[in-house]
Design a protein around this ligand. Structure first.
Ligand code: GLV
Ligand code: MN
Ligand code: MN
Length: 416
């Protein structure tokens, strides 16, 4: 690599400005971002992103699920592009960095190469994946899963949100149902920069997480059917209370995750009482559960233990509980050569680093099943994410973007 390329650094202030400029699309009163996938705010940030990519000389294509691909030509166009990026959608009360850092850092990498007049051998392709978060439409990371063929495009287009709006209708609503068939924009490899979303890097004073693995995910939809009756006149022994049942299931999930810990976590993030009223014993509740582990055997044990606990609680309380596994994502083991490339870049730049497992799911985890993939983590304040208070420092974001830049340069090669 030429001296100019090996000394290259991204523009930290410019990256910081783009992160804060785009945070206005869906800004919340507490300084976070609410930008549900395919919402009006998502359209705003997508339009901004498209214009910024075009301004950097990239050709932007949109696929049939709304994922955006921005291509920077390389010297050898017969080579598949090196992909880099993440997502611009957020949780309902999300932060300014989850997904956004990786997408805007990819833009910053291209702007830096442009400024330095560097042509890469292989092309580059920045990607903004649709619906990474999974809070409006399940499952999370659905567009990258369809990209690698784990779901058909039609299946994903027909998924509905809580209001009954399909992915297809939502795409049409914001004008982002593209014409590129899903999977048609080939990528030779993919690198994603992300905040850690956990406490390890900060606690160990490490700047870079070299991500070598990711937790597998089990997502369930559940329903409890008890019996609605009068809160005043129904004796305690005669009740079939759906909410009291839910309380036991919530504690069971916590107990099961702890039993298999530290390599397991379990969460119940949604519960909806049908026809709630303070003087009616709840008769019907819909709920979700999210259990994760980086170990396949532990994932099986989590599933087994949850089903057994639910059956026991339902029997004891004389209610019906259905539990449907709607998504199983196996643990991820990132490509060893790409993981080494991330580590080499961190070492070359002199950043402290450690190998790390991702607790969160990422589009990179889906891509890794078909193409060589790796991830770069940077610390976030107190390990907090999926929260409006999510925070990261400018220098850590810049360090992550520099590692992304040099990993990508090592993968593309620099045209002389
Ligand atoms: C995505 O943010 C997930 O890990 O659920
Ligand atoms: Mn994310
Ligand atoms: Mn997230």
């Amino acid at each position: 690599m030429s001296r100019a390329a090996s000394n290259l650094q991204i523009d930290s202030a410019r990256l910081w400005d783009t992160i804060h400029e785009t945070a206005k699309f869906g800004r919340t009163p507490k300084g976070g971002v609410r930008r549900l996938t395919l919402s009006a705010e998502d359209k705003q940030v997508r339009d901004w992103f498209r214009k910024a990519c075009e301004g950097a000389g990239l050709e932007v294509k949109v696929d049939a699920l709304g994922s955006m691909f921005a291509l920077r030509k390389g010297r050898d166009m017969s080579k598949p592009p090196v992909g880099l990026g993440s997502h611009l959608d957020t949780q309902p009360t999300g932060g300014k960095y989850d997904g956004i850092l990786g997408t805007l850092a990819a833009l910053e990498v291209v702007r830096t190469l442009n400024d330095a007049g560097i042509e890469t051998e292989a092309p580059l392709c920045i990607v903004n994946w649709t619906n990474e978060e999974g809070s409006r439409f399940a499952p999370a990371m659905m567009a990258s899963a369809a990209y690698v063929g784990d779901f058909t495009t039609d299946d994903i287009l027909s998924r509905k949100d809580a209001e009954g709006v399909t992915v297809g209708q939502a795409l049409d609503g914001i004008g982002y149902r593209g014409t590129t068939p899903v999977g048609a924009q080939k990528l030779g490899s993919f690198v994603e920069l992300h905040i850690e979303q956990g406490p390890i890097l900060e606690a160990e004073h490490k700047t870079i997480g070299v991500v070598d693995s990711g937790q597998g995910v089990l997502w369930y939809d559940g329903k409890i059917t008890g019996f609605e009756s009068h809160a005043g006149s129904t004796p305690m022994p005669l009740r079939r209370d759906a909410l009291a049942t839910l309380a036991e299931i919530v504690l069971a999930v916590e107990t099961i995750a702890k039993k298999h810990g530290p390599k397991a976590v379990g969460t119940m993030g949604e519960a909806v009482i049908a026809n709630p009223s303070r003087n009616v014993i709840p008769g019907e509740i819909a709920f979700t559960a999210d259990l994760r582990s980086a170990d396949d055997a532990i994932m099986n044990a989590l599933d087994r233990d949850l089903r057994a606990a639910v059956a026991e609680i339902a029997g004891k309380r004389k209610v019906e509980v259905t539990l449907e596994l709607i998504w199983r994502k196996p643990p991820t083991h990132f490509d060893p050569k790409l993981v080494d490339a991330v580590q080499n870049a961190a070492e070359m730049l002199g950043y402290s680093h450690r190998r790390i497992t991702s607790g969160a799911g990422h589009d990179a985890c889906n891509l890794n099943t078909r193409i060589p993939t790796a991830m770069v983590f940077v610390p976030c304040k107190d390990g907090v994410s999926h929260n409006e208070l999510e925070d990261a420092t400018q220098s850590d974001c810049a360090a992550g973007a520099n590692v992304l830049l040099h990993t990508v340069l090592a993968l593309t090669g620099v045209a002389s």
